[in-house]
Ligand binder design. Structure first.
Ligand code: PEP
Ligand code: MN
Length: 294
């Protein structure tokens, strides 16, 4: 390996002094994160799917059944939401504790795994009781005391990349979690903020290159979230396939029973049929590169 990696702001010295725990020790060093028998960082590419927000009991159970049937191992959905603006209308209200109960119900009825976001310390135990993976959202990526607190719970963590963070910053955040002795850490690329000059194309830009770049320097599994990255339903399938081609260890997708009427970000979820079709094509792409999608 050269002294400087393609990421440019990461050097060999950084790997030793800044993120000794997140850094790869040898080319074969890969961490497998086992969540109730589903392994991230192995041949299988696990799928997480569900709405942006847990809106009500009926929709979340319906979604759990549909995504599980189509091949997802985890149901995603926020009950506590980092909404970009504080204004909440009738439709936009977070479902909070109630939403967590509905996720528990969906899990009980279908046996699907759960991933949901934690935003405040006071709710971490409540969420950890139900969620198999705790999501730390992009906006909290550099909230170091928060990372330390969540890491101590000892549950698997999905650390989303902040949309302005370099790989160096992201691995620095990962190091805080590993430093607490929590090795069950999965990284998630969710799109970078695009300079305003380029916003004719998109608000965010899926950083596909960060997938091989991360694998070059770190042993941690990395997944992709094409829904948040594209912010635009028609581009989700191609960016999912591109992510698989780039070597991801998992995919997170927004899937909603009625996308146009989704309470949050209605432009990004795909419906059940689209999800099921996407899984079919994804299986072919995965198999072509020696990976597997259930
Ligand atoms: C989400 O997954 O619902 C979410 C809010 O993601 P991000 O933190 O990437 O914006
Ligand atoms: Mn979202």
């Amino acid at each position: 390996m050269d002294n400087k990696f393609p990421g440019k702001d990461i050097t060999q010295e950084d790997l030793k002094s800044k993120f000794p725990l997140a850094a790869k020790k040898s080319t074969k060093h890969v961490t497998k994160v086992n969540v109730n028998g589903t392994v991230f960082g192995d041949k299988l590419i696990p799928i997480m799917a569900g709405p942006n927000m847990v809106e009500n009991e009926k929709m979340i159970i319906k979604t759990a059944i549909a995504v599980k049937k189509a091949g997802a191992q985890f149901l995603r959905g926020g009950a506590f939401k980092p909404l970009s603006f504080p204004y909440r209308g009738k439709k936009y209200n977070e479902t909070r504790e109630q939403g967590i109960k509905w996720l528990a119900k969906a899990k009980e009825e279908t046996g699907i795994g759960i991933i949901t976001e934690v935003m405040e310390e006071k709710y971490v135990d409540l969420i950890a009781n139900v969620s198999d993976i705790i999501q730390i959202g992009s906006r909290n990526m550099q909230n170091y005391p928060f990372l330390t607190m969540v890491a101590k719970i000892g549950k698997p963590i999905l650390l989303k990349r902040h949309y302005g963070a370099s790989l160096r910053d992201w691995l620095g955040a990962a190091e805080y979690i590993l430093f607490e002795g929590n090795k069950n850490l999965i990284l998630c690329e969710r799109g970078m903020s695009v300079p305003h000059t380029h916003r004719q194309t998109s608000r965010f830009l899926l950083d596909l290159q960060v997938i091989p770049a991360t694998k070059e320097v770190s042993h941690l599994p990395i997944i992709s979230d094409p829904s948040h990255a594209t912010f635009w339903r028609p581009w989700v399938p191609s960016m999912t396939l591109a992510s698989i081609g780039a070597g991801v260890d998992g995919i997170m997708l927004e899937v909603h029973p009625d996308p146009k009427n989704a309470a949050v970000d209605p432009l990004q979820p795909i419906n059940f049929k689209e999800f099921s079709n996407l899984m079919k094509i994804s299986r072919k792409v995965a198999s072509a590169i020696g990976r597997k999608i259930k």
